[in-house]
Design a protein around this ligand. Structure first.
Ligand SMILES: Nc1ncnc2c1ncn2[C@@H]1O[C@H](COP(=O)(O)OP(=O)(O)OP(=O)(O)O)[C@@H](O)[C@H]1O
Ligand SMILES: [Mg+2]
Length: 430
């Protein structure tokens, strides 16, 4: 929705005026912002704005090229949370129409215009533009525009939770969770946190080669509700976009939890992190069931044997019934092709489950064993390993970014119909 266009006074031309007294601009959560400017002056102001403390959590990139560069970029890349476009006139309207065909739903668009533009607000609103800033702009106009898109009431739920659980113990659920999270953070550049919920035996810190001083016990056993500042302190940084909330992995106490023990932790985490991957231990208790049911997406990891088949089926049945308005849990088969082991083939497994797995990951004791012992991801060890590609594919599927997007022509729905293809779904767009 369009807010008021701001008109500048001449004495504010250096762009460094502080906000009016009493105005509070709330900091943004971990979002991605990409700007496409037309003039060097705007480029410099936007660039400086992205270094403001309130945008400290945002991942921002500022480029030249305006709407044309944006269209080119997003025809092959996922769109960020916010796109900022500088307009040079009415051409912006055609550009916005074209951008819409490559833009994820949920991406917010801010347009910077100048008084000479004469672009009618109504036309911008019709194209879904969220804010329009009339130049000459100041640094704070940009900060304010971005932050107000994520003001407190809207920011309550920004993060998406992906829960990963094994159909049996030891099937590789944690390995899959950690590798997929790594891929989401690296390849899709989405700020992600892995939460290791296997309190006593969790391996996430080993897998990411981390030795964090703090862990989830510091939040779950404290009587006060955790806030974002506490959660930030408990995280260990694994890569540019990936952090870890480790498990204590010690046995000095037992870990019996009520159903809601983790609610506040997840809610707090969601306020600052777009993607949260939960490594859920293989157990069926009040809190694991609640965690699975309330997740945005579920991935079950199974080995191709009878017990895994039965457990996957039971998990599917229970979770589908409890989440009637969601798409069913996804599952993958892991450790396929172990030497001399009799296995249920993927086709029969899929038939019994009544849906196809998102992937069948080959058994490779050398590569997986080395990665685990070195505290590395499979892709770090072997970029072209089949499992590396599979983790990428699972990451795309879980985040709704199935294939690189192509701009769609107006005829696409008709052509799809003629070819008998279903229309591309955007239900899972993140
Ligand atoms: N595709 C694979 N090929 C070979 N080994 C694998 C594969 N996937 C996982 N492993 C190995 O299997 C072992 C168990 O993996 P992991 O700890 O991820 O399983 P889990 O299901 O999380 O177990 P737990 O029930 O203890 O949480 C690890 O040593 C891991 O390296
Ligand atoms: Mg595990």
């Amino acid at each position: 929705m369009i807010k008021s266009a701001h008109h500048k006074q001449d004495d504010a031309a250096d762009g460094a005026t502080p906000p009016p007294a009493g105005e509070y601009i709330a900091p943004v959560p971990r979002i991605s912002v990409q700007a496409f400017c037309e003039s060097q002056k705007t480029f410099d102001i936007v660039k400086t704005a992205t270094q403001d403390r309130r945008l400290g959590k945002a991942h921002a990139t500022v480029k030249m090229g305006g709407v044309a560069a944006a269209i080119e970029t997003y025809s092959s890349m996922p769109t960020p949370n916010v796109i900022i476009l500088e307009s040079t006139g009415r051409e912006i309207l055609d550009g916005l129409d074209e951008l819409a065909s490559v833009c994820d739903p949920g991406t917010r668009v801010v347009v910077i215009g100048s008084e000479q533009d004469e672009v009618p607000y109504r036309e911008l609103v019709r194209r879904g533009v969220n804010d329009y800033i009339l130049g000459p702009i100041e640094i704070l106009d940009i900060v304010r525009a971005i932050c107000s898109l994520f003001s407190a009431s809207e920011a309550v739920v920004t993060g998406r939770i992906i829960a990963v659980i094994g159909a049996k113990g030891g099937v590789g659920a944690s390995t899959v969770a950690h590798n997929v999270a790594w891929t989401i953070a690296r390849d899709l550049a989405l700020d992600s946190v892995v939460i290791d919920l296997d309190m006593a035996f969790g391996t996430a810190s080993l897998d990411y080669n981390q030795d964090p001083l703090q862990n989830i016990a510091n939040a779950v056993f404290q009587p006060e509700r955790p806030d974002t500042a506490l959660m930030e302190r408990l995280l260990a940084k694994c890569s540019e976009h990936l952090s870890l909330l480790a498990a204590p992995a010690t046995l000095d106490r037992v870990y019996d939890f009520g159903a809601e023990a983790f609610d506040a932790i997840f809610d707090t985490m969601r306020m600052t992190t777009p993607c949260i991957v939960l490594d859920v231990p293989h157990q069926w208790s009040a809190w694991t069931r609640r965690t699975l049911i309330s997740a945005d997406d579920i991935l079950i990891v199974a080995e191709p044997d009878l017990a895994n088949l039965r457990n996957t089926k039971n998990l599917m049945t229970v979770l589908k019934a409890a989440r009637p308005n969601d798409h069913p849990p996804l599952y993958c088969i892991n450790q396929v092709g172990m030497h001399k082991r009799p296995e249920i083939d993927v086709k029969s497994f899929a038939k019994a489950i009544e849906s196809a797995p998102v992937a069948a990951i080959p058994f490779d004791s050398k590569v997986f064993g080395t990665a685990a012992n070195n505290g590395q991801m499979i892709v770090e060890l072997s970029k072209n390993h089949r499992a590396s590609h599979i983790f990428q594919q699972i990451a795309r599927q879980l985040t709704g970014r199935l294939e690189p997007k192509k701009p769609r022509s107006l005829l696409s729905p008709v052509l799809d119909k003629l070819r008998g293809k279903p229309r591309r779904s955007t239900a899972n767009g993140m």
